[in-house]
Design a protein around this ligand. Structure first.
Ligand code: ADP
Ligand code: TZD
Ligand code: MG
Length: 581
């Protein structure tokens, strides 16, 4: 893929005098000129022909069964490629279906552009009741980084350029682009149209931290007796993998990785403190956040798991200056992009950097080894029905043997157990529910991962989580994608054992049809379906799927009683104070 600013101009010869172009073609040309070659979406009025023409013009147009899944695909495509993922939808309901994903992308700091067709302004503003009428621009605005509408064909070039720059610059995020139906059919002189296109130059410019900020951060780290680094998905997004490794190794500081930062350095790295997370968070005196926010996923830096209040000094690298002091004071703020900040730190460190006291690093090492040894036998169990440890023990080996594969993961117990059990070995290979913990990202994420990377995908899905986007197994089959979905079927949300407390005939609120056979959904569309009841069967079926590259869904039968309420975040459930008999 050509970097921005170097994309070759379209090879077509210059338009002749009198030749026309239109809004449809200008949108396609503007995207292509900026290296955007894939669109995820759902067709319909007024953008059906836009999709057809984009395909005719050589773009990859992936049609989904629901816009939310197309949007989730675009969101993760942005994360994986550092180029905005594009989702294309119809007006009002299609737009709203895509909007959840746009908000999700913005929350996760991923570049994405939602392009929706819309009704004419004249009708919308007078509320005259058009087909699928909605003031989409107003609705989108609070949910994304920027929202633009284009009314004239000659403005399409600049609008697409603005959308790309808004999505990628500074803290990345979602952008909405509103294209009224009439715009697409507007004709203008082809030469004028070609001249109106804009190739964005350097949309995510390097942002260097001030030397004084670099020195301040190093002074703090140099004084630390028990330092800890936390790598977040911002660091994975930055694609500064060598610098991250170089910095971590040169400092000698133990590190933990947030969920999607796992594998940025291999989880088997000697400085990885993942298996000693509790000890490391509690005991550390200095914590350096690299592309990670001190949000709920880190309990805001507060509470028992963080040791005594005020016991930590924070250093933080983030591209967004407002992120500093968001939850606790940051003594060493480093505002800039991760690559620039880390190279500045490495330069300023020189050769004489003193590694942290061995007492600290040894204590963490010992704790990791003890915890790993304690867990090992549980991961080898071959129980029937399977528990989470037995099933995930099998998948853990598969990812170890196939480190290039992409792991998609959602659910509650299925998510929490997989995150801690499955080691990752390469950057950006673990894709999950992100900052909001959204159920339903699974199939869109798996599809975009396969399309954007060409690597095999293993999607490990809770049965509830899978249900949110399950119809996209047809999309997986239609595009013949190398995706193996494993549904952890425990018959419900958290567990499959709840009963209706009223004693009435309705099912309990958290359970599904017992003994469901999700594998048959895949067979309905020509894919491979397997029912696996033991870790051995599961291992065999996944290996076969990964070897063949055929779309596969494995229904992994999990003990309905094996899970816990809300997985690891049960403490976030509010407690009722009323007890009624
Ligand atoms: P995690 O969930 O893994 O803890 P978050 O999504 O909370 O990660 O945090 C990611 C952070 O990374 C955001 O605050 C974002 O501003 C920041 N970020 C994203 N890209 C870059 C970059 N290129 N350089 C520096 N910071 C970045
Ligand atoms: N809706 C959305 C969009 N996101 C959510 N996170 C939820 C609802 C609530 N929710 C969770 O937080 S996890 C979960 C839901 C519905 C499903 C858990 O069940 P599962 O996983 O089958 O996917 P386990 O393995 O049974 O715990
Ligand atoms: Mg379940």
């Amino acid at each position: 893929m050509a970097p921005f600013g170097t994309a070759p101009s379209t090879e077509e010869t210059a338009p002749e005098a009198g030749q026309l172009t239109d809004g449809f073609h200008l949108v396609i040309d503007a995207l292509k000129l900026n290296g955007i070659t894939t669109i995820y979406g759902v067709p319909g009025i007024p953008i059906t022909d836009l999709g057809r023409m984009a395909q005719a013009e050589g773009m990859r147009v992936i049609s989904f069964r629901h816009e939310q899944n197309a949007g989730n695909a675009a969101a993760i495509a942005g994360y994986l490629t550092r180029r905005p993922g594009v989702c294309l939808t119809v007006s009002a309901p299609g737009f709203l279906n895509g909007l959840t994903a746009l908000a999700h992308a913005t929350t996760n700091c991923w570049p994405m552009i939602l392009i929706s067709g819309s009704s004419e302004r004249e009708v919308v503003d007078l509320q005259q009741g058009d087909y699928e009428e909605l003031d989409q621009l107003a609705v989108a605005r609070p949910l994304c980084k920027a929202a633009y509408r284009v009314l004239h064909a000659e403005d399409i070039g600049i609008a697409v350029a603005r959308a790309i720059r808004a999505a990628l610059s500074g803290r990345p995020g979602g952008v909405y682009l509103d294209l009224p139906a009439k715009l697409l059919g507007q004709a203008i002189d082809a030469a004028e149209g070609a001249a109106s296109l804009v190739e964005v130059v350097d949309p995510a410019p390097a942002q260097f931290p001030a030397p004084a900020a670099v020195q301040r951060a190093l002074d703090i780290l140099g004084k630390a007796r028990k330092p800890l680094i936390i790598l977040g998905k911002g660091a994975a997004y930055a694609q500064a993998d060598d610098l991250v490794r170089g910095f971590v190794e040169k400092t000698g500081i133990p590190y933990i990785a947030m969920s999607m930062a796992k594998g940025l350095l291999p989880d088997t790295h000697p400085q990885y403190a993942g298996a000693a997370r509790s000890l490391a968070l509690k005991e550390a005196d200095t914590v350096m956040l690299i592309g990670a926010r001190l949000n709920w996923l880190l309990s805001h830096g507060k509470g028992k798991q963080w040791g005594a209040p005020g016991s930590k000094t924070f250093v933080q690298i983030d591209i967004d200056p407002k992120e500093m002091d968001s939850n606790l004071p940051v003594a060493g703020p480093l505002v800039g992009d991760i690559a620039s900040c880390l190279s500045a730190l490495l330069d300023a460190m020189g050769d004489g950097w003193a590694r942290p006291p061995a007492e600290w690093t040894e204590a963490i090492r010992a704790k990791c080894e003890a915890n790993v040894a304690r867990m090992a036998p549980r991961l080898q169990n071959n129980n029937v029905p399977m528990d989470f440890h037995g099933a995930l023990g099998a998948l853990r080996t598969i990812i170890k043997e196939r480190p290039e594969a992409i792991l998609v993961n959602e659910g509650a117990n299925t998510l929490d157990f997989a995150r801690s059990i499955i080691d990752m070995y390469r950057p950006r290979k673990r894709l999950d529910v992100g900052t909001w913990g959204v159920m339903g990202v699974g199939m869109g994420t798996a599809i975009a991962a396969a399309i954007e990377t060409g690597q095999p995908v293993l999607a490990v899905e809770g049965d509830s989580a899978f249900g949110f986007s399950g119809m996209e197994v047809e999309t997986i089959c239609r595009y013949r994608l190398p995706v193996c979905v494993v549904v952890f079927n425990n018959g419900g949300i958290y567990r499959g054992t709840d009963v209706n407390p009223s004693g009435g005939p309705d099912a309990a609120t958290t359970v599904f049809v017992p003994g469901a056979r999700y594998d048959r959904m895949m067979e309905a569309f020509g894919g491979v379906g397997v029912n696996a009841t033991s870790p051995d069967e599961l291992r065999r079926a996944v290996n076969e799927a990964m070897d063949s590259g055929r779309p596969t869904l494995i229904n992994a039968v999990i003990d309905p009683a094996a899970g816990t309420e809300s997985g690891r975040i049960g403490n976030l459930n509010p407690q009722s104070v009323v007890s009624r008999k």
